[in-house]
Write a protein that binds this ligand. Sequence first.
Ligand code: ADP
Ligand code: MG
Length: 249
Amino acid sequence: MIEVNNISKTFNKGEATAVKALSNIYIDINANEFVVIVGSNGSGKSTLLNSIAGSFICDEGTIIIDGSDVTKLQDYQRTKWLSRVFQNPLQGTAPALSIIDNFRLAALRTQSKSMKIGVSDTFISKVKDRIATLDMGLEDKINQPVGSLSGGQRQALTLLMSVMDESKILLLDEPTAALDPKSAATVMLTADKLIKQLNLTAILVTHNLKEAISFGNRIIQMSEGTIIKDLKKEVKEKLGVNDIFEWFQ
Ligand SMILES: Nc1ncnc2c1ncn2[C@@H]1O[C@H](COP(=O)(O)OP(=O)(O)O)[C@@H](O)[C@H]1O
Ligand SMILES: [Mg+2]
């Protein structure tokens, strides 16, 4: 599904402040894999997700998504394959708009077929059905401004919005880092459920070691712009929080 071949990225190349954020990274991610990425601050985790999403063009290497060479494509040209959720719940939703208008905006942004039916009853009932799966009672509040909701509720909605289109890959960059533990758990359970229901391929960056052992079927550790561990499902299943903690010593 995602083939990353020998990519490297240096920020501020040629300047005194140059940082080699990624060095010759190779990863091959199969459809339906749910990869967890851990690593110290500055190890290149976000840069790796950003390179897959097309936030910038890499200095070398190629990226193939679902058989298409996307190496030179801009981020907006990759949205048919990819959806993303970031750390800050405020980033994914517009506070002054109602829940339903946020979903309409998301449909517009991804230019999916739902754009045409953004005002129809079909669109509204599809959105309501999806929101009901959150079990937060928000399906009855779709005309309420998103700004009146909690960070956890907003992040759960962001997740739902990001998977409303047909994209098959979900990139999650510390989606729970800004949330209280209870909201974080709800958001992660929602993400896991959606990934399974919609057969998504997913990459989760997290600093939460409990999340790292509870979710996903492969785990990668990054350090200084390289991959230093890449463990398959069978090995990952046997890991405890303490094992991963020791990787950081
Ligand atoms: N846009 C940027 N400009 C300059 N340096 C950057 C930029 N983005 C990331 N970096 C640097 O690249 C390195 C990797 O950053 P990042 O991928 O954000 O790490 P992580 O997500 O693992 O904490 C860090 O040294 C960071 O300061
Ligand atoms: Mg990061």
